[in-house]
Design a protein around this ligand. Structure first.
Ligand SMILES: Cc1cc2nc3c(=O)[nH]c(=O)nc-3n(C[C@H](O)[C@H](O)[C@H](O)COP(=O)(O)OP(=O)(O)OC[C@H]3O[C@@H](n4cnc5c(N)ncnc54)[C@H](O)[C@@H]3O)c2cc1C
Length: 337
């Protein structure tokens, strides 16, 4: 529920955004452009959240979001700007689909974008010019003299914010919101499925004929050849495998080593691959894809000046995260005069 009330001017307000994923960065950029003094906090070592690229030895893997589409005007405009600046490009992959028996070409009807040199290039571009504090997990929020203070083990200034925006997955927002604002219950209703991702490096090209494969399978739902993405070394035979939500949930507490072995073995069996990868790493995304969204673009408590946004508001897509952060920031800025 979004509570409407008269809004004070945003200019010069000191605002904390928790979460430097696509939603938090979209909100922070818009608020800063509107004149607010914004600090973004993220617990990770880098920006981007699930728009992630991992470096293993000399190879890079997009192990979170694989690509994104741009359907609405606001995101299309931002994508066009980032593409012009060289941060992203369409992924000209050979798309395939495995229906449980055969692997066949898949026609796609809209551009699918990726970051150049890795997905994390996109959030890095969105973060340009923002004040971002990394390695900064916010563990509690408190209010004194109508200002917000954040609990965090950091040397950065965490006190005296006029407003706070949580741009984190809903299960991570709930503990910070419970007992503070009524909309915590709506946030708690949004749910995620997990995803085990496996990054595998092979010595030479696999004879599959496709770069990006969606699967109807009980174990693997997605397989992508990273080397086919713009900016990746040609001939770099690195694959990312994503387990299905059901398999990931059933094996959520399995060890990363075991998951790596199981998924690679299954991938080899499905497609008759004899080659063994020379390196395999698995990563568990506990909150990967939104299953039940909140159905509202954002949440905002105008009395306490605390808000929440993220993909969980609208759906399991990068664009949904962007739209949610943008919508909350625009709500705070108010109509142009
Ligand atoms: C395996 C996988 C595959 C996907 N595939 C696609 C795809 O192909 N196409 C697509 O469009 N989308 C895809 N997605 C979904 C897409 O990545 C997300 O919808 C989008 O990136 C979410 O952005 P966000 O800003 O809402 O959240 P996030 O990217 O999760 O950002 C939240 C940030 O908050 C930080 N944080 C959390 N708690 C705290 C705290 N207490 N203090 C400080 N910081 C905190 C986290 O470190 C993180 O950086 C995929 C996701 C995964 C995991």
């Amino acid at each position: 529920m979004n509570i409407d009330a008269p809004r004070p001017p945003i200019a010069d307000q000191k605002i904390a955004v928790v979460g430097a994923g696509c939603a938090g960065l979209a909100a922070a950029r818009t608020l800063q452009d509107g004149g607010a003094r914004v600090t973004v906090f993220d617990k990770s070592r880098g920006v981007g959240g699930r728009m992630a690229t991992r470096r293993i030895d000399d190879r890079r893997f997009d192990h979170g979001a694989q690509f994104f589409t741009a359907r609405g005007e606001a995101f299309q405009d931002r994508v066009a700007g980032l593409q012009a600046g060289g941060a992203l490009a369409p992924w000209l992959a050979r798309w395939g689909h495995y229906d449980g028996a055969r692997l066949q070409a898949l026609a796609i009807d809209e551009p699918r974008f990726v970051g150049v040199n890795g997905m994390s290039t996109v959030p890095q571009a969105l973060a340009t010019g923002l004040h971002i504090v990394l390695n900064a997990e916010i563990t509690d929020l408190s209010r004194a003299n109508e200002r917000w203070n954040l609990d965090c083990a950091t040397d950065a200034d965490t006190t005296g914010f006029d407003a706070v925006i949580l741009a984190v997955p809903s299960p991570q927002a709930v503990p910070l919101l419970t007992g503070i604002t009524d909309f915590a219950a709506d946030v708690a209703a949004a749910t995620y499925a997990p995803c085990w991702a496996v990054m595998a490096r092979f010595a030479s090209q696999l004879p599959l004929g496709y770069d990006a494969i969606s699967l109807d399978d009980g174990v693997i739902r997605w397989a992508a050849r990273n080397g086919s993405k713009p900016g990746f070394a040609a001939g770099s035979e690195t694959w990312v495998l994503h387990a299905t939500p059901e398999w990931s949930l059933a094996n959520i507490e399995e060890s990363a080593d075991a998951v790596g072995d199981i998924l690679v073995d299954h991938f080899q069996q499905l497609f008759g691959i004899a080659q063994v990868p020379d390196h395999t790493v698995a990563h568990r995304w506990r909150y990967a894809l939104v299953v039940a969204s909140a159905g509202e673009p954002f949440f905002w408590d105008p009395i306490l000046k605390i808000g929440a946004c993220g993909d969980w508001c609208l759906g399991p897509r990068v664009e949904a995260a962007f739209d949610s952060g943008l919508a909350l920031a625009r709500h705070l800025i108010g109509p142009a005069t």
